[in-house]
Design a protein around this ligand. Structure first.
Ligand code: TYD
Length: 219
């Protein structure tokens, strides 16, 4: 008897949009409805990916070449898809991943101006074209998001090691935000833009409703 393939859901968006909270909330919601869920993230969802993450996010690496950066994200993704995501989906689990290829398309393809078609081609080869069934993009104005992210990093004493992107100029983060907004317009079926300025419970309710409607789940 073959198990039914699980669904693949990703969360995306600017810094400080509250993704990690909402990822956990959707996980709890689905589990409460009897769905087996695996929660994971990029970069860093495998041992190899964890090491790649340390290189990518370290503040000492401000001079990283854009293609070096893009290929490291794709390397992390290739390992993560083959080692974790595909086996879980094949096992009937639903996978919720904090960031995925839309981040590469926007941060590297738009904000860093790396050739978007080539990024897409490498992604297709590296993952055998694993595209999410559903993607939530948590949108907040850049100033609010950056303030939240920097406050969080300070509180967690992460700034020393993982703050490379939070240190980018506001214009970079504005380009990222616009990039996500444009992608949502281009792919409205898969990508749902969520106003993440609302309170946590409202955002969580909105996401779970959209998720149920998308997969026609019954609670
Ligand atoms: P993370 O600590 O996961 O931050 P966040 O909570 O904002 O998701 O850091 C991941 C950083 O890497 C984030 O700044 C976005 C960036 N990123 C890319 O530039 N390209 C990618 O493909 C991915 C997955 C992330």
């Amino acid at each position: 008897m073959s198990l039914k393939q699980g669904k693949f859901i990703t969360f995306e968006g600017v810094e400080g949009g509250g993704k990690s909270t909402q990822v956990k909330r959707l996980c709890k919601f689905l589990q409460a409805n009897g769905t087996p869920v695996l929660l994971t993230k990029q970069p860093g969802g495998t041992d190899i990916g964890h090491r790649i993450r340390q290189i990518l996010l370290h503040v000492d690496h401000a001079g990283m070449n854009p293609w070096c950066e893009a290929l490291l994200y794709l390397a992390d993704r290739a390992q993560h898809v083959s080692e974790v995501i595909r086996p879980a989906l094949a096992n009937g689990q639903w996978v919720i991943c904090d960031r995925y290829q839309d981040s590469t398309a926007v941060y590297q393809g738009i904000a860093r101006a790396v050739n978007a078609d080539l990024l897409d081609q490498v992604f297709c080869q590296a993952t055998d074209g694993l595209i999410p069934d559903l993607t939530f993009v948590l949108d907040v104005p850049t100033d609010i998001g950056l303030l939240r992210a920097r406050t969080r990093n300070d509180a967690m004493e992460m700034a020393e090691t993982e703050g490379r992107f939070e240190q980018e100029a506001v214009a970079f983060h504005e380009a990222v935000r616009r990039g996500f907004q444009e992608r949502c317009l281009q792919e409205p079926e898969r990508m749902k833009m969520i106003d993440a300025r609302q309170n946590v419970d409202e955002v969580a309710r909105h996401i779970s409703q959209l998720c149920m409607a998308h997969f026609a789940l019954h609670v």
